[in-house]
Write a protein that binds this ligand. Structure first.
Ligand code: C5P
Length: 298
């Protein structure tokens, strides 16, 4: 994420993520699922402005520039508000904030937009309110709020995420990756997709074969061979637009096709930025509305 200060206001650009591989290792006694996932940060950003307030109110407003963002709540159902209130609670600060979120990352897409926004809220309000919480403390709060926030806390370009997703092992990426991303009109709820995974006759995989080595090698073909997502099957069964989207991308001459997180966004790994733009133009000309071209990076 990129943070800049303008007078007393902090402005942050919060990136999205794609899961190039996601293995579900099994269900845990707390109801969550044990994961092994390779996530890359991608340069599609929400923008959040934080203005301090002398009273302890937290006020969120949203400009929606992406599908279904107009339905995002601005009360404590929103992770940004929850992150701000959690910080207030543990620090006992008297300050509040006026927060404006410009939403570009699609919702219910598996691209981590809400988690990235909430991680940025922890980092920015820690600065703005002079709380001096350590990185470790911010990670603890992040894990309390959700499974995907920790990946965004340290602005890591790529990482293997384990546990329920909150344990992060950064890995170096020595080439930039270009993707075309397509989101069907309808989204998917993460909880529903995991619940459906548990009803399928799958026992969790112990094959967590080496996508991290492939990423470090920078060889597209090696990466392509390891793109996989155990949540794809339950997501396809819950939403028939997933199959159509995967087929559409696969027919576009990409190096590999996959679904990110619990969906519903799907991606094509492309040979280059130009290649990704060419494919996106073709998909848009065929009346596909929700198409993005993104590069890996923080
Ligand atoms: O942690 P987060 O709020 O992102 O998760 C949303 C829902 O997805 C959880 O309530 C849980 O039902 C499911 N989930 C899971 N196993 C994980 C992550 C999420 O079952 N590792």
């Amino acid at each position: 994420m990129r943070i800049s200060r303008h007078g007393s206001t902090l402005v942050v650009e919060t990136p999205a993520k794609l899961n190039l591989s996601l293995k579900v290792l099994g269900q845990r006694s707390d109801g969550f699922h044990e994961l092994h996932s390779l996530m890359v940060s991608v340069r599609l950003y929400d923008t959040i402005c934080f203005e301090p307030r002398a009273t302890n109110e937290v006020e969120l407003s949203i400009t929606a520039l992406t599908p279904s963002a107009s339905e995002i709540p601005v009360d404590s159902r929103n992770l940004v508000v929850r992150a701000a209130k959690l910080l207030q609670e543990i620090s006992q600060t008297e300050f509040g904030a006026r927060i404006h979120l410009t939403k570009r990352i699609p919702c219910e897409a598996g691209m981590g937009g809400g988690s990235s926004d909430a991680a940025a809220t922890l980092i920015c309000l820690n600065q703005l309110w002079n709380l001096n919480l350590s990185g470790e403390q911010l990670h603890e709060l992040a894990a309390e709020l959700g499974s995907d926030l920790n990946f965004f806390i340290d602005s890591t370009p790529a990482a293997v995420c384990t546990g329920r997703g909150e344990h992060i092992s950064p890995i170096p990426v020595n080439r930039s990756l270009s993707f075309v991303v397509v989101k069907p009109n309808s989204g998917l709820s993460t909880a529903d997709v995991f619940k459906h995974w548990a009803t399928l006759d799958q026992h969790g995989t112990d094959d967590v074969s080496n996508i991290e080595e492939a990423i470090q090698s920078g060889q597209l073909q090696h990466i392509a061979e390891r793109v996989s997502n155990d949540l794809q099957q339950p997501a396809r069964e819950l939403n028939d637009e997933i199959d159509k989207t995967l087929i559409l991308i696969a027919q576009s001459n990409v190096v590999a096709t996959g679904m990110t997180g619990s969906g519903s966004a799907c991606f094509g790994l492309c040979r280059s930025w130009r290649h990704a733009n060419r494919i996106a133009a073709k998909l848009r000309s065929q009346n596909n509305q929700h198409v993005w071209v993104v590069k890996s990076g923080v």
